[in-house]
Design a protein around this ligand. Sequence first.
Ligand SMILES: C[S@@+](CC[C@H](N)C(=O)[O-])C[C@H]1O[C@@H](n2cnc3c(N)ncnc32)[C@H](O)[C@@H]1O
Length: 335
Amino acid sequence: MKKTTEEILCAAAVAGDCARLRELLSSGADPSFFDSDGKTPLMHAAAGGHADAVRCLLDDGAPWNALSPANQSAGDLAMDNGHQEAFDALLNFAIRAELVLGAVARGSAAAAATNEGYLSERIAFGEDKLMDLENKAVMMAWEKPLMEAHARAICDSGGDCGRILNVGFGMGLVDEAIQRYKPVGHTIIEAHPEIHDRMMRSGWGEKENVKIIFGKWQDVLPQLESFDQFDGIFFDTYGEYYEDMREFHQHLPRLLKPGGIYSYFNGLCGGNAFFHVVYCQLVALELENLGYSTQFIPLPVKDCLSEEIWKGVKHKYWQLDTYYLPVCQASSDSD
Ligand SMILES: C[S@@+](CC[C@H](N)C(=O)[O-])C[C@H]1O[C@@H](n2cnc3c(N)ncnc32)[C@H](O)[C@@H]1O
């Protein structure tokens, strides 16, 4: 059977034949074509490590974020096959595209509830998870070791633990861990009425060093006194978009003391390894523009997860083997 132009395009991508690719693309071949295996020409070029062919296809509008039936993007295929140059070309392109559009994170955030809707709905409190009305997990107990590591990162930077801010109480895992460092002050912002009630009933309101602020961070941050600055800040909300986190970051220069540490739950695009790398880099770039340098500490999480854990949960928000814990600090002048 005669091959279609797009099948010939895929064959040229497999061979890394740039001249042929250009010829086919300029005569109208469609770079967003999926072949019978569910792969695009860009995926073929990436899997073969043909960096020039990758660039050529990207320049011609090939979708960098298309997914194969195995949930792999071109970037995943370059990464899995150890093709650094092709991987870098895809990563740089993806970062530039997302800086403009932010489409991937917006898409995955759309899978979560919108913040306003979520905050007015009932919560189901289970032993090992909090669920929203649609059976999406607000917080799960498997994250406990991660929350403990976040608490260590923001509380244990040498001397005594000073003043800490946590945004989003959830199951209180990070706050319990923060308390173990005996901070001088521990401010918690929580916006969900039922979660707030539960905090109060379980004695959080009576802890001497704890100040609870009920409300959305967007509404209550301006109420913090201008002298309310923190040595450590953690941010982990639910049902919010990447844009909300970016907005929160704009407050950091006022909220974080010089030398203080900021960390956030790094769950953006937790269903795809390449998209996740793109978003780690993107957030780090944006924090850099605000004067912060970010280090990512790799933490293996494969052993914390099993199919059993996700039973009854609608959206499997994390599917990767490694969690990259962000530690952000004001860049020193010499950086
Ligand atoms: C993923 S949970 C936090 C889990 C927490 N880090 C822990 O260790 O258990 C997210 C929390 O953020 C709260 N939240 C969501 N949107 C918020 C907002 N705009 N302002 C303040 N809190 C918010 C949710 O009600 C929920 O309690």
